[in-house]
Ligand binder design. Structure first.
Ligand code: GDP
Ligand code: MN
Length: 379
C-alpha cells in the first residue's frame, strides 16, 4: 500500500527520524493559517502518490503566509501525473547545504532488505541509477541480525566525509531501518536527506510503501489508506477478497490461483495477445466473487474477450459455473467469453454451462488461443 509523504513522516517521527515541523491543509485558508503557525519560511507540497512533484510545480517555497496561501491555491486541485491534489503539506523550510539519497527496499534476488545511499540526492534517483550507477552504494542487510551500528556508520561514510556529520547520518540510517522493519515496509526512501549549513540532518522528503499482507498488524497504518487514490475497481476487488491488477491489454482474465493466473497471462502473450488484467478469485470461490470479478473485467473498455480459466481443487467448478450464469443474468455481457473449467465437479459445470453462449474449451492452450483470437476480431 502506498501512503502519502505526510503519513510516512508521521510514522518516521515516531522512530525518532528528524522531520521538519509540518501541518496539512485542504484549503488555501488552512495553508495560510499553517504558515502563520510555523511563523517562518515554509514549503508548500502537493500530497499525491507520485514522485517528481517538484518538477511538476507541486513543491513551492513561501516566505509569507500570503504567499503560502497563493501557492496552496495553485497546487490544490492540480493534476500531477493523472492524480488530483487534495491536500498540501505546509512544512517548515530548511536551508539546504547538501542533498543526499537514502532508501531501503526488499530485494527479491538476495531476499534481504537492501540499503541504498547516494551523495547525488535531491534529483531523480532513477536517472542517477541509469546514467551514473556507481554513485549509488548498495548494501544488503541481514534481516536476522539487523543493521549494526558499524554497518550504519560505514554506509554514512560513503556519502558524508565530515566525521561528526557522518555520525548523525549513521544515526538517521539506523532509525530509518527501525522504522522500515517496524512498520513492515517494502520501501522507505528519503530523497533528499538534507544537511543544513549548520550541519543539522533532516528528512525533507519521505516515501514509504507498506506490505499489504502485514497491514492486519498495523491498524493505524491500514487506516491511512486514501480512498481518493484508488479506482472503484480496485476497491471492489479488495472488498470481495480478489487479487486484481489492471493491465493494458484486451483479454480479460478470471482465474483461480496466483500461479495459474500468471501462467495464463504468459500463455496469452505466447499466443500474441495481451492480458487486460491479473485477477485471482482465490480458493473456494462463491458465486458472488465471480459476479464481482466479471463486473470488474467488463468495466474496462479495452476488454474485447474474457477468458475464464479455473482449476477446481477446493474451488468447485460447478460453483464457478453457477456464479457465471448468475453474473450473466445480472449484467448483460456482450463480450465473447471462453471458459475452461477443469477439476472438481467439472462434469456438473459443463452441464450447467451447456445452455449458455459461452465458448467452452477443454485445454488451457485451446482456451487461450480462442480468447486471443476473439479479442482481435472487430467489434
Ligand atoms: P519530489 O519532487 O516529489 O521528490 O519532492 P521533494 O520533497 O523531494 O521536493 C523537491 C525539491 O524541492 C527538493 O529536492 C528540494 O530541492 C526542494 N525543497 C523541498 N523542501 C525544501 C525545503 O524545506 N527547503 C528548501 N530550501 N528546498 C526544499
Ligand atoms: Mn523527493
Amino acid at each position: 500500500m502506498k501512503i502519502h509523504e505526510y503519513q510516512a513522516k508521521e510514522i518516521l517521527a515516531t522512530y525518532g527520524v528528524p522531520i521538519p515541523r509540518f501541518e496539512i491543509a485542504t484549503t488555501p485558508g488552512e495553508a495560510r493559517k499553517a504558515a502563520d503557525d510555523i511563523g517562518r519560511m515554509v514549503v508548500v507540497k502537493a500530497q499525491v502518490h507520485v514522485g517528481g512533484r517538484g518538477k511538476a510545480g507541486g513543491v513551492k517555497l513561501a516566505k509569507t503566509p500570503d504567499e503560502a496561501e497563493g501557492h496552496a491555491r495553485a497546487i490544490l486541485g492540480m493534476d500531477i501525473k493523472g492524480l488530483t491534489v487534495e491536500k498540501v503539506m505546509i512544512s517548515d523550510a530548511v536551508d539546504i547545504d547538501r542533498e543526499y539519497y537514502i532508501g531501503i527496499v526488499v530485494d527479491r534476488a538476495t531476499k534481504k532488505p537492501v540499503y541504498m545511499v547516494s551523495e547525488a540526492g535531491g534529483i531523480d534517483i532513477e536517472e542517477v541509477a541509469r546514467e551514473t550507477p556507481e554513485k549509488i552504494v548498495k548494501h544488503a542487510v541481514d534481516p536476522e541480525s539487523g543493521l549494526s551500528p558499524e554497518e550504519a556508520r560505514e554506509l554514512a561514510g560513503k556519502i558524508e566525509s565530515r566525521p561528526a556529520v557522518a555520525d548523525r547520518v549513521a544515526d538517521f540510517i539506523t532509525k530509518l531501518y527501525a522504522a522500515f522493519v517496524g512498520s513492515d515496509a517494502s520501501l522507505a526512501e528519503i530523497n533528499p536527506l538534507v544537511i543544513t549549513p549548520d550541519e543539522v540532518v533532516w528528512a525533507v522528503d519521505a516515501k514509504m510503501n507498506i506490505d499489504d499482507n502485514a497491514l492486519y498488524r498495523h491498524e493505524e497504518i491500514a487506516a491511512m489508506r486514501d480512498p481518493a487514490t484508488e479506482t472503484d475497481e480496485l476497491r471492489k476487488a479488495r472488498d470481495m477478497g480478489l487479487s486484481f491488477v489492471k493491465l493494458d491489454g484486451s483479454v480479460g482474465c478470471l482465474v483461480n490461483g496466483a500461479g495459474l493466473a500468471m501462467t495464463t497471462m504468459d500463455l496469452i502473450s505466447h499466443y500474441g495477445g495481451e492480458p487486460a488484467n491479473f485477477l485471482d478469485i482465490g480458493g473456494s470461490s462463491s458465486p458472488e466473487k465471480v459476479v464481482t470479478a466479471l463486473e470488474i473485467i467488463t468495466s474496462d473498455p479495452n476488454v474485447r474477450s474474457i477468458l475464464i480459466n479455473i482449476f477446481g481443487g477446493i474451488t468447485r467448478c460447478d460453483d464457478v459455473a453457477n456464479g457465471l450464469l448468475l453474473a450473466l443474468s445480472r449484467t448483460s455481457v456482450s463480450l465473447p467469453i471462453v471458459a475452461r473449467l477443469t477439476g472438481t465437479n467439472e462434469e456438473q459445470a459443463k452441464e450447467i454451462l451447456a445452455a449458455s453462449d459461452l465458448v467452452s474449451a477443454d485445454s488451457m492452450n485451446e482456451a487461450v488461443e480462442k480468447a486471443v483470437e476473439l479479442a482481435k476480431q472487430p467489434a
